[in-house]
Design a protein around this ligand. Sequence first.
Ligand SMILES: Cc1cc2nc3c(=O)[nH]c(=O)nc-3n(C[C@H](O)[C@H](O)[C@H](O)COP(=O)(O)OP(=O)(O)OC[C@H]3O[C@@H](n4cnc5c(N)ncnc54)[C@H](O)[C@@H]3O)c2cc1C
Length: 395
Amino acid sequence: MKISDVIVVGGGLAGLMAAAVAASRKQSVTVLTYGSGSLPLASGTIDFGSLKNLPAHHPYKKIGVSNLNAAAKFLVDITAQANLPYVVGEKIPVVTAVGTLKYSALVPESMDASQLAGKKKIFVVELAGLKDFYAPMLADNLKKFFPDKTFETAKIDLHLLGGRDITCMDAAQLIADNEQPLANELKTLNATADDAIILPPIFGVMGNFSRSTVQTQIKAQIIETTCLPPSPPGIRLQRAFMKFLQSSGVKFFENTKVVRGVVEGRKVTGVVVENVVREKIFRAKKIILATGGFYSSGITMRDFDNPREPIFDLPVFFPTGAENWSNAQLFSDKPQGFATTGIFTNERLNPIDADGNVLFDNLHVVGNNLGGVDKIFERSAGGIAIASAYKGATL
Ligand SMILES: Cc1cc2nc3c(=O)[nH]c(=O)nc-3n(C[C@H](O)[C@H](O)[C@H](O)COP(=O)(O)OP(=O)(O)OC[C@H]3O[C@@H](n4cnc5c(N)ncnc54)[C@H](O)[C@@H]3O)c2cc1C
């Protein structure tokens, strides 16, 4: 039975990152994943959140900020190899689909709205048939952030008819096949190199090819917004990782559910996967658990007040009592109790119990599984995912 250097359980942002880092260090890597996690739903930007005044149990305290910076550099390198340039910075503005600005730390160059600062005129363009993207509303809201700019809105028709609502994903796949109709429509705006054109993220699902082809023809700077799921920028990032894993010889098993670990004392020697006919054991020297917490069944809760980690039955920390579980408002001004649910680790990201005892020496917990903070509230989910994955893979 072949023994891998590393098995990564989970194919979301953290799992893909961990596999890519381990492979880049010439380790033999096997990825076992049940689904594709939240990347295809996510905006494609990676938020770091604040690194100041972190409580002792904060995952970043265990991960170390140096690993966050190293992870960011690594992600910029491998996305560049897939012609998907990313920029890194403390507070990069990104235009949302409603015209507000969100600030992130690792952003696809196509979404980097700091490029608007040097522009004279901003065109906001919507596509006939594309749902949930309204140029006049977006422009009205965005004007508040760029009062010195001239705004013009337009609606173009690429005949994206499908007898149903058209999503950004539909448009992106159609435009990836042939950008010319879009380029011809945008030329009618007579925009110049001093202008920018804001569009939903419709420039294909692979790299930056479609956007650079159109931008070369129309001269103006094209800036993409975020969009509702399914998200082309999130899928482009997923595909950039997959391209790197394939070229690095990583074994990638999809639709593969890991049901339990094979352990000897404090050592995990393998994991058991369940498929339709039988169970199979995969063996490795090290296991990275990137199963995504509540959002991806990395943590489940059949009975209230009893969340569980289903593969290794690791202790899960959570705020006991319904009164601590959630705030009255979903979008409230303080973290949600349930969202802090997760696994605690030591500085080697090994899972620990309530007394701080290490449970498994060669098991490393990463990504959304890590507990103690509401990563959505503090906007640190992506940063914790890539940094913990980077550390887990280099240990
Ligand atoms: C709609 C949406 C928008 C977001 N936007 C942003 C954003 O703008 N910025 C940001 O920083 N973050 C954002 N996030 C959060 C961020 O995407 C995630 O927090 C982060 O990607 C977590 O990654 P993960 O790999 O830990 O978990 P996940 O992406 O959830 O992946 C977990 C993986 O584990 C697999 N898995 C689970 N159990 C098993 C099992 N037993 N066997 C095998 N495989 C298993 C799942 O199928 C999945 O592939 C967003 C999330 C969502 C849902």
